[in-house]
Design a protein. Structure first.
Length: 323
């Protein structure tokens, strides 16, 4: 099998930077694209340039290729490259490209890659080196929409990921590691996000954007209403009648809440600034506490002792407004 010198194909030295590789490829693609160059030989060179760029534009693929080049004779002597069971997997995913000139093409659309490429670099791209059927592809310059000699802007498709956070993390912000195209990326989730919110990281994945859908795990202690939170506060009969200071749980710790005498069941008490932050702002919502009076279970003797007190303090009929 013939060794392919991808550096020579692009007309660059082996010490070329990623920017130089991209520039050389873009120049060749403009010159050789079948839509603009009708020379039959141009199509073959165009495919060779695509093949070279698919390897050299990705640092990991390039390192593997450089290692391969240094040991090419040894590989041939041991039977590699003869159509056997060589597995050079791990090269999946499209390399980065210039945002307004690249699009992703399937391996079927990029047909014509050399046997050298298929043997060593197509295993993870669905070209058959490992049993095929994949949907991977490579990025190349698409000049099919040239107008007046200038290409119209074309954006790279966004990558998608999901991150789950707790309601407490919504209050403070969070950090997550997300898996995207075989890579682990560290992302920051801002405070105040809602369930289903989108967090966009521009240019985070091969020049394209990463769009993270945030899922907020429900917290049984709280009900969310925008930036406000609602929670129930159980009170004893004594606390409700006589007043007290009781602890209230918030997302960021416990606070003392003053219960006034004669607090009613179902009464709402607002704790300012103990809700969720407004996304992109220092403002915070409130915590609305709903009282829930829990009556004691009294034995007959206790009820007998309580009866004269209740009779001496008659309560208005709570059902009067219903009649």
């Amino acid at each position: 099998m013939e060794y392919k010198d991808y550096y020579a194909t692009l007309g660059i030295p082996k010490t070329a930077s990623q920017a130089e590789i991209k520039k050389a490829y873009r120049k060749l693609a403009r010159e050789l694209h079948p839509d603009t160059n009708k020379d039959p030989a141009a199509e073959k060179r165009f495919k060779e340039a695509n093949e070279a760029h698919a390897v050299l534009a990705d640092p990991e693929k390039r390192k593997q290729y450089d290692d391969l080049g240094a040991n090419w004779q040894a590989y041939q002597q041991t039977g590699y490259g003869s159509g056997g069971a060589t597995d050079w997997g791990g090269f999946g995913g499209a390399p980065g490209g210039t945002r307004w000139t690249y699009r992703t093409a399937s391996t079927e659309e990029m047909g014509g890659f050399s046997d050298f490429f298929r043997q060593f670099f197509a295993g993870a791209a669905g070209t058959g080196a490992r049993g095929g059927g994949g949907t991977g592809g490579f990025e190349y310059v698409d000049l099919s929409d040239l107008a007046g000699g200038r290409a119209r802007p074309r954006s790279i498709p966004s990558a998608q990921a999901t991150a789950e956070v707790t309601l407490a993390e919504v209050a403070t912000g969070a950090e997550r590691l997300v898996d995207v195209n075989g890579r682990r990326l560290h992302v920051k989730i801002p405070a105040g996000v809602a369930d289903g919110s989108k967090v966009k990281l521009s240019g985070a994945v091969d020049g394209g954007d990463l769009v993270i859908t945030v899922r907020v795990r429900p917290d049984p202690r709280f009900e969310r209403d925008g930036t406000n939170l609602r929670t129930e506060l159980p009170l004893t009969l004594a606390e409700a009648l006589l007043g007290a200071e009781v602890p209230v749980t918030t997302l960021t710790g416990s606070v003392k809440l003053r219960i006034r005498p004669n607090t009613q069941n179902g009464q709402e008490i607002t704790v300012k600034g103990r809700g969720l932050p407004k996304r992109g702002s220092s403002q915070k919502g409130d915590l609305v506490v709903l009282t829930k009076i829990v009556l004691p279970k009294l034995d007959e003797e206790a009820r007998t002792q309580l009866e004269p007190i209740l009779n001496a303090n008659p309560q208005p009929d709570p059902r009067k407004r219903l009649s």
